[in-house]
Write a protein that binds this ligand. Structure first.
Ligand SMILES: Nc1ncnc2c1ncn2[C@@H]1O[C@H](COP(=O)(O)OP(=O)(O)O)[C@@H](O)[C@H]1O
Ligand SMILES: [Mg+2]
Length: 362
């Protein structure tokens, strides 16, 4: 067995393509020490730290491939998250023996689906399946709801332009003050109201308002030009009494992965979005009847809008009625991976790859 110093030197001297190949060749459950690199946990940690500094571009991939191979505690390996969606995608490619290349530093994976054709590129959470226009429509919550309102339940809502919007858009204003917007929305939608940026994400600036003063405060947050989260459009919606909220990830019409945004043991923080509550859990759902009802619900979307790949936020209210809250064409898996085995995401990517290789008509 080599000393730590020589193990570090071995790794550093190796061209990175060799390190990559070496790790790729490892059978499952091979202990890192069997590489002949380092014996003790402390030594392996030092090897990995060095690897991180010398070959940062392949470090996360190496960590991933080495997972389960007698690594030191995750908490000791600072900086790079051990799990990421692109590494799950890579693992799915490896399992299905699909050709791929990875640029871990830039978060890009190229998957070779058809011979003699350019690869499909994935970049971090972005997948190559939706058209730019479909993605744009999904980001525009008001536009999405207007397209889908006759097919699925969406909260009734009204969209309002910032009264102080830049001059060229001012002809489109319908209301000239926050007070006037609040008055109009309350007359049309009642109270309580949800006020949110029309193109927001991650629960930023989403507020439940129970009176006119709160509506005005929430609007002022959204129309704050000094904030990075400024949105010239605010969407005001009827408030849905949510009993359960799910994230259903679907590809080409089929729901592949579902988790509940479980807040049963969580404390509300300053963010209205459930997974941002303290103690919230992304709970993987396997219950067949829930999966079937989410499949049925999302199936109603596709005759109106061809969304190929999406994470739908779907709420069930106290009466059991389902509501589409949001369609996220760039679903992130960071929180899901914190609470669940990466195998579930690898499995999802395997299903996606499988569909790509066996085209079906919807
Ligand atoms: N009309 C509504 N009624 C009740 N809760 C809502 C409503 N709209 C959004 N929410 C809650 O706020 C969260 C964030 O809203 P969402 O529209 O998904 O914005 P974001 O894009 O910021 O995630 C949702 O996950 C849901 O829990
Ligand atoms: Mg959302």
């Amino acid at each position: 067995m080599k000393t730590t110093a020589s193990a570090v030197k071995t790794l550093c001297d190796m061209p990175k393509s060799h390190v990559q190949k070496l790790i790729l060749k490892l059978p499952q459950n091979t202990h890192l020490q069997q590489l002949g690199l380092a014996r003790s946990a402390a030594a392996r940690l030092q090897v990995l730290r060095t690897l991180r500094d010398v070959h940062p571009d392949i470090f996360s991939e190496v960590l991933w491939l080495a997972e389960g191979k007698n690594l030191p505690d995750q908490k000791d390996i600072d900086l790079v998250p051990l799990k990421s969606n692109i590494l799950c995608l890579v693992e799915a490619c490896r399992k299905l023996k699909v050709k791929y290349t990875i640029d871990s530093q830039r978060g890009i994976v190229a998957v070779y689906v058809k011979p003699k054709q350019p690869p499909l590129y994935f970049k971090r959470s972005r997948a190559p399946f939706n058209s730019a226009v479909v993605s744009e429509i999904c980001k525009d919550k008001d536009a999405l709801n207007s397209i889908l309102q006759d097919s699925v339940h969406t909260p009734k809502g009204e969209c309002y332009l910032d009264p102080d919007v830049e001059e060229r858009y001012q002809p489109y204003r319908m209301h000239l003050s926050l007070k006037a917007i609040a008055k109009d929305a309350m007359a049309k939608l009642g109270l309580p109201l949800i006020v949110k940026p029309n193109a927001g994400s991650e629960g930023r600036n989403v507020a439940k308002c129970t009176n006119s003063r709160e509506v005005i405060t929430a609007l002022a947050e959204i129309y704050n030009k000094d904030s990075a989260d400024y949105d010239s459009l605010a969407l005001l919606q009827e408030y849905v009494e949510i009993a359960h909220e799910y994230r259903a990830v679907a590809f080409m019409g089929t729901v592949l992965l579902v988790y509940e945004k479980d807040i049963s043991k969580a404390q509300h923080t300053d963010n209205f979005s459930p997974l941002h509550w303290q103690g919230a859990v992304a709970k993987h759902i396997t219950d067949k009847s829930i999966l079937a009802s989410l499949q049925e619900f999302t199936s109603n979307i596709y005759s109106k809008l061809a969304i190929e790949y999406c994470g739908y936020d779907i709420a069930i209210d106290k009466t059991g009625k389902m509501w589409l809250i949001e369609a996220n064409t760039v679903p992130m898996f960071t929180i899901f991976l914190e609470h669940n085995s990466a195998d579930l995401l690898i499995d999802m990517y395997e299903k996606i790859l499988h569909t790509l290789f066996t085209p079906t008509s919807r």
